[in-house]
Structure formats: structure tokens, C-alpha cells
Design a protein around this ligand. Structure first.
Ligand code: PLP
Length: 366
């Protein structure tokens, strides 16, 4: 079965050997306060920064999922205000989790074919300002973007995040990059919090997430001083300085991440391949007799998650028939469940596998 699901997604084939090594090298019972563990964490953080091109002064932390990251940020970095800019289900869920803790946070939605540029973001904030009667955005606010909206295959242009950072230098910017980190290159310095879980572009099994923090974000966590939870961000930061964690973490996951990073090319190389493949996929589907890209506007089309639309009755049987032919496709999600499907454009997928899927789709009659 070739997995084109958008998460959990195809794991690198080398994972099989890494799992065997983990067993034979006693990683599975490694004490999490041992020197061996701390050395492993240190190396994993070094490799994460090196391979993904993360600025050296940024902090890398581990949690168990992107969902946990939503909650960590809501608990430890939002005091009153966060502005959630979203076009789909994952951005909305982030807002919902934050709103459950802080009633004053705001959601600003945009449509899937709307250009998500700085002008648009400004109109959101103008609204927010007017309502609070303040001339400026709350200084302690968190501006929240879902870089790659996995539910519908839209992507916020990196240039928009860069421009928002320039225009609102006092506010912290947080980015859910769950289905794009390790797939495309980021302007890390344009935001303060980035996070992802590894079952998407990292080509790994689920159960581990990575959070990347700017020095400003670490300082803010320290200033707020929230320590009421086992996963309080401040406690996590204090622990990771010693290459430790607040609790017994997913040691196997960290080990697999270390081994996977070792075989990964640099993100600049991956970025080029991902974008080239995405372009080819979109060109292919623009001409397809049955399946069309869900997102028309090129500027907001995702590079890593390709969402395709088709009539309901076609979608109904597609996944089953694809499975019989040896392909696992991603279902539609949330309000796009019935008329779309999704395919992952993740680095672990090979050109040969893409070729096979194209052959299947090419001949496909509804
Ligand atoms: C998959 C996904 C999540 C949830 O990830 P978990 O690891 O299951 O918590 C959150 N945000 C986005 C954008 C995603 O694609």
C-alpha cells in the first residue's frame, strides 16, 4: 500500500531499521534522567536546528502532539488576547481550545480562495481595535496563524507572516506548521512560536511534536510565569536547558527523530523539491477530467497538502477503489468531507510512487 494520506502519513522506509536499532541499543528502556538521554536530546536538537535551518538562538522543545501545543500556548502564553487567523478546521480548533481557557480571544476567518495578504490581516485587526476602543493591538497579544491548513489545502504565504511581523513588532506571532514543517523552508525569525507533529512532513510515526521558540517567546513565558500545569511552557523551557523534559517523554520518538534527521537532506533542498512537485500536481489536476484543485488562487495553495474536489458520488467510491489498487488517499475533512479528497506531497514519498498514483488517476473513470 502506498500511503498518500496527509497524516499519519508514509514513514521513511529506514524507520524499520531504526526501530530495530532502538531495541537492540536499549533505547526503549533508557532512563529519561540519564546522561545517555540528555546526550540524545542534545544531538536531536542540534540536528533539528541544522537540518531545518533554525536560528541558533531559538529553543527547540518536545511535546506529544500539535493539539498539546495548542493547549500549552493557551495555558502559558496567552494572558488575555490572541487573534486567530484561520481558513479551516485546524485553525478553528486552535481557537476553540484557546477560547475554552480565555473567553476574550478572537477568531478572524477568511475564505479558501481569498488572498491572505497583509492588507487583509490589517482589516481584521482594525475590527478588533475598534471593538475594544483601543488605538493599538494589545501588546501582549498572540497573533496566531495556521501556516498550512491541512483541512482544505490552503497556505498562508510566508511573505504575509513576514509583513505582519514587521508591522506588529511588539506582539508575538505563533504558527501552527504541523503539515508543512520539514516540507518547506520557513522564515523562522518572522515568528516566535512554530510547532508541528512528526506524523506529517517528517515521515515518522505519530506521538511526538516539536515546538520552536524565539528568545522573545521564552522571555514572555518567563515573564508570565505560568507553572500550574505539568506541561507549562516555562517548566518545559527550564528542563530543556538541561536537555531534559518535564515527564517521561516519548523516548523512542525522540530517537527516531534523531535518526530520521540524520538521513534528511537540508530543508533548502527539500523545499525546492516540494514546491516543484506541488506545481506539477496542480498543473496535472487543472487538466484532469474529473478531479480539480479545491483552491483556485495560486498564492494560497498549499505546497504539502493537495486538496482535490469532485462530485460527491465520485468521492464516495474513490477511496475504496484506490485502496484496491494499492493507494491510501486522504479523505476530505470537516465541511469539505463529501466533495474533496487530499493527497500528501510530503518528502518521504518518492517520484516513482507519485508516478504510479498519476497513472491510476489518469485512467480513473468516476
Ligand atoms: C494534523 C494537524 C494538527 C493535529 O496534530 P496532532 O498531532 O494530531 O495533534 C494540528 N494542526 C494542523 C495544521 C494539522 O495538520
Amino acid at each position: 500500500m502506498i500511503c498518500f494520506n496527509v497524516g499519519p502519513s508514509k514513514v521513511y522506509p529506514q524507520i524499520q531499521g531504526f526501530l530495530q536499532d532502538a531495541y537492540s541499543q536499549n533505547v526503549l528502556s533508557m532512563p529519561h534522567r540519564s546522561q545517555d538521554f540528555m546526550d540524545m536530546v542534545k544531538k536531536t536538537i542540534f540536528l533539528t536546528k541544522q537540518k531545518l535551518n533554525i536560528p541558533p538562538q531559538y529553543t527547540v522543545l518536545f511535546a506529544s502532539s500539535a493539539t498539546e501545543c495548542w493547549e500549552i500556548l493557551a495555558q502559558s502564553l496567552v494572558t488575555k488576547k490572541s487573534y486567530h487567523i484561520t481558513s479551516g478546521a485546524f485553525g478553528e480548533k486552535w481557537y476553540d481550545y484557546t477560547h475554552a481557557i480565555h473567553r476574550t480571544v478572537e477568531k478572524h476567518s477568511f475564505e479558501i480562495n481569498e488572498n491572505m495578504n497583509i492588507t487583509k490581516v490589517q482589516t481584521f485587526f482594525t475590527f478588533a481595535e475598534r471593538r475594544t476602543g483601543k488605538a493599538e493591538l494589545e501588546e501582549k497579544a498572540l497573533i496566531c496563524f495556521t501556516h498550512n491548513e491541512t483541512s482544505n489545502g490552503t497556505q498562508i504565504p510566508m511573505s504575509t507572516i513576514e509583513e505582519v511581523h514587521e508591522m506588529f513588532p511588539k506582539q508575538l506571532i505563533a504558527v501552527d506548521a504541523t503539515s508543512s514543517m520539514a516540507g518547506v523552508n520557513f522564515s523562522w525569525k518572522s515568528a516566535d512560536i512554530w510547532y508541528a507533529s512528526v506524523q506529517k512532513c517528517f515521515g515518522m510515526p505519530a506521538g511526538l511534536s516539536i515546538m520552536v521558540l524565539s528568545p522573545r517567546a521564552v522571555a514572555r513565558a518567563s515573564e508570565i510565569g505560568e507553572k500550574k500545569h505539568y506541561n507549562s511552557l516555562l517548566k518545559m523551557c527550564e528542563n530543556i536547558e538541561k536537555y531534559q523534559t518535564t515527564h517521561t517523554p516519548n523516548v523512542l520518538g525522540i530517537y527516531l527523530l534523531m535518526r530520521t534527521l540524520e538521513i534528511m537532506p537540508s530543508i533548502k533542498e527539500t523545499d525546492e523539491i516540494t514546491k516543484k512537485r506541488a506545481k506539477i500536481w496542480y498543473q496535472y489536476f487543472e487538466k484532469h477530467h474529473l478531479f480539480k484543485p479545491l483552491v483556485d488562487l495560486e498564492a494560497v495553495r498549499s505546497d504539502t497538502v493537495i486538496a482535490l474536489k469532485a462530485p460527491k458520488e465520485v468521492i464516495l467510491t474513490l477511496k475504496e477503489r484506490a485502496k484496491k489498487a494499492g493507494f491510501l488517499l486522504g479523505s476530505g475533512y470537516d465541511r469539505w468531507k463529501e466533495n474533496t479528497f487530499r493527497i500528501a506531497n510530503f518528502p518521504s514519498i518518492t517520484d516513482q510512487e507519485i508516478g504510479k498514483l498519476k497513472e491510476f488517476l489518469h485512467k480513473y473513470e468516476g
